[in-house]
Design a protein around this ligand. Structure first.
Ligand SMILES: C[S@@+](CC[C@H](N)C(=O)[O-])C[C@H]1O[C@@H](n2cnc3c(N)ncnc32)[C@H](O)[C@@H]1O
Length: 362
């Protein structure tokens, strides 16, 4: 730097090019003063109009925020019609609501998820899924594009389960849209399955070359809010987790009550209506539900994070004890044969055969 400055001084004092530099500065000054004079030729009415625009936008935004905040304040102060509405016993089963709302689901949640940074959290968590992965309550497959499924990826198989056939149908179509024609890029032997089934009951085990086995990662996002029995849902995840694998994990991204009472008042006040419309109880005590189920089912907490005034939860659980590896299961029998109808509430005409990426046909 010092030598550069020295040579610049040298050029400026000895070389006529130095004069050019000063001339250039002079012309810059002239052109900028010309710009000022041309600006001053804009009529005062026009200038006032331009100056008014940002002020108009600022007032509109401020007005909008004030109106929204006032509404929240009124809602927060109103006593809830049912003071026990956060109790599971008071909450009706709205889990089938998604059959009617599947088409609109992505457009309804897309913008707010982006704004709240939820897409980023989805990506981070999906990328932690390893081995044979089961995603329960997968919905329209909002995590689909984030799994590590490429040639040297850490995912060996993906099994998607959702109670709603229309929701999982969208999930399946998304997979095709994302990966059809890119099969050569996917991990060799990767198996992907889509099952319209309840995650409250027994599910098919993971498809491995040695025979079916339990899953290495069980993943769920925004699922505890939609089931009538969140405790049983977690217990059933544990039933399907390979507890002989010390790295086995249950990873949850959930939403529920806040650690702020004023926000809980708003959630409680609107929960009934929200549940009827959207099939989700957003005022549940996620922390209590998870810790009670974890203790009962022999899980320990690996990590817990909360966002958005505590309403968004990230929870990672692992088995408290690593068990002995189970012998490979026979290919025949209950788990491999056609699942019994009772396990599948709404799978009547739905195609959910296992496929390797290449063989997928809708
Ligand atoms: C709020 S949506 C979340 C969907 C998706 N996981 C996401 O993050 O966008 C809840 C989903 O849970 C599904 N669901 C509710 N009860 C279920 C059950 N017992 N078994 C499987 N899926 C269930 C619903 O059909 C719905 O697709």
């Amino acid at each position: 730097m010092q030598s550069l400055a020295r040579s610049a001084r040298h050029v400026a004092s000895r070389n006529p090019a130095g004069a050019t530099i000063f001339n250039l500065n002079a012309s810059t000054q002239i052109s900028s003063s010309a710009r000022w004079s041309s600006r001053s030729q804009v009529s005062p009415q026009r200038r006032a109009k331009f100056q008014a625009l940002p002020a108009f936008f600022a007032w509109t935004v401020a007005g909008g925020i004030a109106f929204y905040s006032a509404q929240l304040l009124v809602a927060a102060r109103q006593p809830c019609a049912n003071p026990n509405i956060s109790d599971l016993a008071q909450q009706t089963d709205v889990s089938t609501r998604y059959d009617d709302t599947a088409d609109k689901f992505d457009s309804e949640v897309g913008f707010s998820e982006w704004l709240m940074g939820i897409l980023k959290i989805r990506k981070e968590l999906a990328q932690q899924c390893k081995g044979h992965v089961l995603e329960v309550s997968c919905g329209t497959g909002r995590n689909l594009g984030y799994f590590d499924v490429y040639t040297k990826g850490q995912v060996d198989s993906l099994t998607f389960v959702d109670l709603s056939a229309p929701m999982i149908d969208i999930c399946k179509k998304k997979w095709v849209a994302l990966y059809a024609g890119k099969e050569a890029l996917l991990k060799p032997g990767l198996v992907v399955r889509f099952l319209p089934a309840t995650a409250l009951d027994r599910l098919p085990l993971a498809p491995t070359a040695e025979g079916p086995k339990k899953y290495d990662t069980i993943f769920q996002t925004m699922g505890l809010c939609s089931t009538p029995d969140p405790g049983q849902l977690i217990a059933n995840m544990v039933e399907h987790l390979d507890t002989s694998n010390p790295d086995a994990r249950i990873i949850l991204l959930e939403h529920g009550r806040s650690y702020r009472q004023w926000l809980n008042n708003i959630l409680d006040g609107s929960a009934q209506k929200h549940a009827e419309l959207h099939g989700c109880w957003y005022n549940r005590e996620i922390g209590a539900l998870v810790s009670e189920a974890a203790e009962r089912c022999g899980l320990v907490l690996v990590r817990e994070r909360r966002y958005h005034l505590g309403t968004t939860w990230v929870v990672e659980l692992k088995p408290a004890k690593v068990t002995k590896p189970a012998p490979p299961m026979a290919q025949t029998g209950d788990q491999q044969s056609q699942p019994k109808k009772t396990l599948y509430q709404r799978s009547k005409e739905f195609i959910s055969k296992p496929f390797s990426g290449i063989a997928l046909k809708l």
